[in-house]
Design a protein around this ligand. Structure first.
Ligand code: FMN
Length: 297
């Protein structure tokens, strides 16, 4: 008897939950703010201007024209970049605008109409603390990691602002290639507690890309409730997804003509080169982070 009642309660609650779900879905679909995605059948919030800009974000890989960017646009980007979230609202970064084309090339190796260099930087905060007689030692990896997050959010916010105004963008870590000391020398960066993290080159592309790069957006990227370790089948599916040229996930399309069985074979054996081997000696990036005083001893 008890079992029967429990079963009936279970069916009743399941039906209620189900009808709730249907009602909720149909109510959402009827709402002007929601659309059904025709390819996946998923219910999606109707795109708005902000979502359209985000979904259309794309990189210009250096083919910028010589057209100048209006000052008013640079000003909007500057103001937008500092509106990203940041820890304790301490803005542990400095943003350097460079318009001298030769300097942009020397710093990043890329040509462009303007450059915003986003640096992890505690100097302003240290100066203010000292002025008021406070001791402040942002001298460890926790400070560096948190400041890197603040700095990266500022950079991506600038990218979104720029592309929303029709500018083309290139985020590059070209500043970490070659002799990194040049970045300190050209811009007179403080040696202590300042590290150039990411460069944003801006301009107008001479030609639009043939396609926008795709993204993985399923298993292996998103996990629900807890981390899901990939099964062999899922790994093979991901390898095949990279091989599907229609998805445009790769940096290079002719990997198969170069004799590789999979795109990821090309990536690991050709593109990543030495990065596919264990690191044997200290990298220049680590040396400079250490010199900046962010590695605790
Ligand atoms: C940290 C970082 C460094 C990057 N460095 C370069 C670079 O040096 N040269 C380049 O052409 N693109 C660079 N990119 C852009 C990526 O190649 C690009 O975002 C990726 O291929 C996806 O393409 P999409 O941005 O057009 O969607 C970089 C992006 C990031 C976030």
């Amino acid at each position: 008897m008890k079992q029967k009642t429990e079963r009936r309660n279970f069916i009743k609650s399941s039906l209620l939950a189900l009808s709730g779900a249907i009602f909720y879905k149909s109510k959402l679909a009827a709402n002007a703010n929601y659309d059904v995605d025709s390819s996946t059948g998923a219910l999606l919030h109707t795109p708005n201007d902000t979502l359209n800009v985000i979904h259309n974000l794309h990189t210009t890989h250096g083919n910028f024209s010589h057209k100048e960017i209006p000052e008013a646009d640079l000003e909007q980007i500057r103001l937008a970049s500092v509106h990203g979230a940041n820890s304790s609202n301490m803005q542990t970064y400095s943003i350097i605008l460079v318009k001298d084309r030769q300097k942009i090339k020397d710093i990043t190796t890329y040509e462009g109409s303007a450059l915003f260099l986003f640096c992890v930087d505690f100097n302003r905060l240290i100066d203010c603390a000292k002025q008021l007689g406070h001791a402040y030692y942002p001298d460890n990896m926790t400070n560096f990691v948190t400041a890197s997050i603040n700095t990266t959010i500022a950079a991506q916010t600038a990218v979104i602002a720029a592309q929303s105004m029709g500018l083309d963008t290139l985020l590059t870590n070209g500043i970490h290639r070659g002799d990194m000391q040049r970045v300190w020398d050209i811009l007179e960066l403080p040696q202590e507690k300042c590290f150039p993290l990411i460069a944003l080159v801006l301009g107008y592309a001479t030609e639009e890309p043939l396609y926008h790069a795709g993204r993985l957006d399923g298993v292996g990227i998103f996990h629900e409730e807890k981390y899901h370790k990939l099964t062999t089948e899922e790994i093979n599916e991901i390898i095949a997804t990279y091989d599907n040229k229609e998805k445009h996930l790769g940096l290079y399309e002719n990997w198969d003509q170069d004799g590789h069985a999979h795109y990821l074979d090309w990536l690991h054996s050709y593109w990543l080169g030495r990065a596919s081997e264990p690191t044997k000696s200290e990298t220049a990036v680590f040396s400079f982070i250490k010199r900046s005083g962010f590695v605790e001893s």
